[in-house]
Design a protein around this ligand. Structure first.
Ligand SMILES: [Ca+2]
Ligand SMILES: [Ca+2]
Ligand SMILES: [Ca+2]
Length: 240
């Protein structure tokens, strides 16, 4: 009799664990970051306010953005980057959105690489500097507009422009936005495991909330979509 009850108990326990695992896997992971609070900012990319630019963009999230300073219309850029270290809570395929201003055809692109900190992980981008290689796989053609707008990170290949996605393992990922054309502006980033939506509203894209910023600055990030998954970020060791 006792043995029977034990078997029933164990069966229920296994079922509950499986159900939990499944619900965990179904959660959308969302991470919202302010560009100006990047882990590493290298010139020519710098933090700026609207008054630093001419023409001036409208008010960015928390008053600041990053860019390689320069006048629209003219060319220039291709030096410096901003880098974000994010702790990915679970293996999944992620899309990344940027909140951008892109004035014209000479000020509407960045380079982007997303790597796993795990050197054995080969499904994301390699450790490559696209400013040196000019590899179009990493060329992000940002949607033009002089008002802040969301644009899903794509790659602009010679044969067309396609949304990008990255298969990332649990653990630290390194997102690098490299200058390509000066005067292109980045206010915030949004990382999501919803890699299907091509429209910002459908993807639930948002600017960082006070809580997001607190987590970004304190080095602790929690996911708040359907549930809470605690994770940390920003504790990567210097590896340069
Ligand atoms: Ca361009
Ligand atoms: Ca430019
Ligand atoms: Ca901002």
């Amino acid at each position: 009799m006792f043995k029977q009850k034990l078997i029933v108990f164990i069966t229920i326990a296994i079922f509950l664990i499986l159900a939990l695992e499944l619900s965990h896997a179904a959660k959308t992971i969302e991470i919202a970051l302010e560009a100006e609070f990047a882990n590493k900012i290298q010139a020519q990319m710098v933090v700026a306010v609207p008054d630093d630019a001419e023409p001036k963009p409208d008010e960015p999230s928390r008053g600041k953005y990053v860019w390689a300073p320069g006048a629209p219309v003219t060319g220039g850029g291709d030096s410096g980057f901003v880098e974000f270290i994010v702790d990915i809570p679970q293996e999944d395929t992620y899309a990344v959105w940027g909140h951008v201003v892109a004035w014209d055809g000479n000020s509407d692109s960045f380079w982007v690489t997303v790597r796993s900190a795990n050197p054995d992980w080969l499904k994301a981008d390699p450790d490559e500097n696209p400013q040196q290689t000019g590899n179009t796989q990493y060329r992000w053609s940002t949607a033009q507009g002089g008002i802040w707008h969301w644009d899903r990170i794509n790659h602009w290949l010679d044969g067309g422009t396609f949304d990008r996605e990255w298969e990332l393992p649990a653990g630290e990922a390194i997102i690098t936005i490299w200058s390509r054309e000066d005067a292109t502006m980045l206010d915030a980033l949004f990382i999501t495991s919803d890699n299907k939506s091509t429209d910002p509203a459908a993807a639930g894209v948002r600017l960082p909330t006070d809580e997001d910023v607190e987590l970004q600055l304190s080095g602790t990030y929690a996911v708040h979509s359907t549930g809470k998954i605690s994770t940390t970020w920003g504790h990567i060791k210097e590896r340069y």
